[in-house]
Design a protein around this ligand. Sequence first.
Ligand SMILES: [Fe+2]
Ligand SMILES: [Fe+2]
Length: 262
Amino acid sequence: MKKLLFLGDVVGSPGRDAIRALAGSLRAELALDFLVVNAENAAAGSGLTKALALELLGAGADALTLGDHVWDQKQFERELPTLERVCRPANLPAAQPGRDRLTLADASGFRLLVFTVLGRNFMGPKADCPFLTADRILAEQAGLYDAALVEVHAEATSEKVALGHYLAGRASVVVGTHTHVPTADASVLAGGTAYQTDAGMCGPYGGVIGRDKAPVIARFLDGMPRPFPVATDDVRLSGLLVTLDASGRAVSAERFERRFAP
Ligand SMILES: [Fe+2]
Ligand SMILES: [Fe+2]
């Protein structure tokens, strides 16, 4: 059996502090073979930097994924190609820098393929079809992995559920990110695919999807732009905890949540 924890979008310093404090102990407590973390909001809520990526990897993450905020930090396009365990969304234009997939191996040599596809409904970046991109990468990597984790970074629940069923029996894990709100539908789909529409975020749940609530509410009221500082209250790690059998089929999938009080 293999134990895998996927954690959703790390938001700002509250999210990073929680990862730094808890990732190592969670690895031991949950007997994790793999810990994969989405870090698209780690840098002050928008994007990632090399220094912060190394901090999260050093804290115990095996790999970091990204989302539509991938290029929010200006220098990151030069830094990403130097980071061997960080991948950008796979269905962005091929000319964009950085790895579009990762293959992790545990001590026994069990190989986990990891990649992210962006949804195309209510999302900013111009992205290729996430369904066909997933098909292509699974075909290109055939025989080179024992289990595949496909992250669906998307706004629309319908697009995520459809991708879950589309990849059922072909990917070991299909897990959604981006909305920062965890969904209550963790399950094992037909063919042994662990699924959850959204893993939720690793960050402050006391605001509005990670930002202070007052300026976000004010923006909804008057429509005027203003800064949205990262919130600080009610920090939690959220994700999906999966057990895989030796053949890479998911046998259990449960929503994971851990509160963090600094
Ligand atoms: Fe996010
Ligand atoms: Fe996102």
